[in-house]
Design a binder for this molecule. Structure first.
Ligand SMILES: Cc1cc2nc3c(=O)[nH]c(=O)nc-3n(C[C@H](O)[C@H](O)[C@H](O)COP(=O)(O)O)c2cc1C
Length: 410
């Protein structure tokens, strides 16, 4: 895993390229990727997390560190992966209006979320099966989050147990929840989460057809001759049959993580059982935000699952304003999808997000350097956020408003 040799010059446009099928013929041929158009000289190899310049550098490191199928599991979207690409590229539609005469002697990135003070408006979102990226998997992510005082959203598809991650994280986790088509099992997951002290349940509502047809992943699996029976018993991707989060529950009647009856009646039923906060993850319209709120949501995550579920072509940052308008400040609105820069965080806050989540960047950092890789991802994003807050003349998060961005006319 360590000492991976990649050029120092990789630049962010690779994020989009990596998600395109055409990328794979290049990636799998193991050729050197095209360098930045501005800096074409070869640079020394990256051998530790502290040498990494920006978050997108980690993508290349992960690609080199991981077998094709595991890297493709991170990269993949559905169909042509265009929603994955759009999630990131759409941030370029928003330009920052920098103000000059602010007093910058004290920069404060802290934010109150559900009554708890966060040092930064950045959290680590749920990513399943992280031991496919590093032997310590979610444990390393939980430790990194602890060391950087960052909220970690534990995943139903975690490859490390809830108890271990809760102990490593130190403060209450958020628990992403997939409903199954067996209410007893769904309730069992909820009870365990709350018994482990999780302070919020984030119900994922964007997975409506399962299994998904992640073409990029399917292509890479065909290229990858290794046997993965340790991770996938009989090569099944049914996480309820193999995941530690389901261990000890009777999953014999579960057939899907995308039950057809995730309706508002289901929200009512779940709400009646959730004692902690209920976050609805995967909302992309104002109408659904209103429904989620009316049926008991304490928070909403604007998300299209990192473009992994439907080829909507709508970037989550472009969905954020209508959700914020519908919610009218009554509950926190979070957003994830394509956040790779401190400026992306800034723009999301300007458009009304309370805080932002990252998915792939943590997996890339983890694959490259384990815990220190995830820590570096968080450090880079937080450092870049401070830099743009200074540049934009917004010393506190409250200073970042809709007036801080303008939509590009290009
Ligand atoms: C490899 C991978 C696995 C994921 N697994 C889950 C999951 O099990 N449940 C879930 O709600 N979201 C899952 N997500 C989505 C993330 O929580 C998040 O919404 C998304 O990755 C954000 O977009 P980004 O990757 O561009 O940062 C996963 C994302 C990735 C990349």
């Amino acid at each position: 895993m360590r000492g991976v040799q990649v050029p120092f010059t990789r630049r962010s446009f690779l994020g989009g390229a990596a998600a395109l099928p055409a990328f794979w013929s290049w990636a799998l041929a193991d050729e050197t990727p095209p360098p930045s158009v501005l800096y074409r000289r070869a640079a020394p190899p990256i051998t530790s997390a502290d040498q990494v310049i920006n978050v997108m550098d980690f993508e290349g490191l992960a690609r080199t560190a991981l077998p094709p199928a595991h890297f493709a599991y991170i990269a993949t979207g559905v169909d042509d992966d265009r929603t994955v690409v759009r999630n990131h590229e759409a941030f370029a539609h928003y330009e920052i209006r920098a103000r000059r005469f602010a007093d910058l002697r004290r920069i404060d990135t802290s934010r109150k979320v559900f009554g708890t003070s966060w040092a930064s408006p950045l959290y680590v979102s749920s990513v399943s099966s992280e031991r496919a990226f590093h032997p310590q998997g979610e444990l390393a992510v939980a430790r990194a989050c602890k060391s950087r005082a960052t909220q970690f959203m534990f995943c139903t598809g975690s490859s490390v147990s809830l108890a271990e991650c809760a102990a490593a994280h130190g403060v209450p986790l958020w628990h992403q929840l997939y409903a199954t088509d067996d209410w007893t099992v769904t309730l069992g997951l909820l009870r365990r989460a709350e018994a482990a002290g999780c302070s919020a349940i984030a119900l994922t509502v964007d997975l409506r057809s399962y299994p998904r047809y992640n073409e990029t992943l399917v292509r890479a699996i065909r290229e990858d001759s290794r046997q993965c029976t340790n991770c996938h018993v009989n090569n099944t991707h049914d996480m309820w049959r193999r995941g530690p989060v389901f261990a000890g529950l009777d999953v014999s009647r579960v057939t899907t993580l995308a039950p057809s009856d995730i309706t508002v009646e289901f929200l009512d039923r779940l709400r009646a059982q959730v004692k902690s906060r209920l976050i609805i993850k995967g909302i992309v319209t104002g109408e659904d935000a209103e429904l989620a709120l009316a049926h008991g949501a304490d928070g909403i995550v604007v998300s299209n699952h990192g473009g992994r579920d439907e080829e909507s072509l709508r970037a989550s940052i472009d969905c954020l304003p209508e959700v914020v308008a519908a919610v009218k400040g009554r509950i926190p609105v979070f957003v994830d999808g394509g956040i790779r820069r401190g400026t992306d965080i800034f723009k999301a806050l300007a458009l009304g997000a309370t805080a932002v989540g990252i998915g792939r960047p943590q997996a890339w950092g983890l694959a490259a350097f384990g815990q220190s890789g995830v820590e570096a991802v968080l450090d880079i994003l937080n450092r870049e956020l401070v830099a743009i807050m200074r540049q934009a003349g917004t010393p506190t998060l409250a200073d970042i408003t809709t007036a801080s961005v303008v939509r590009s006319i290009a």
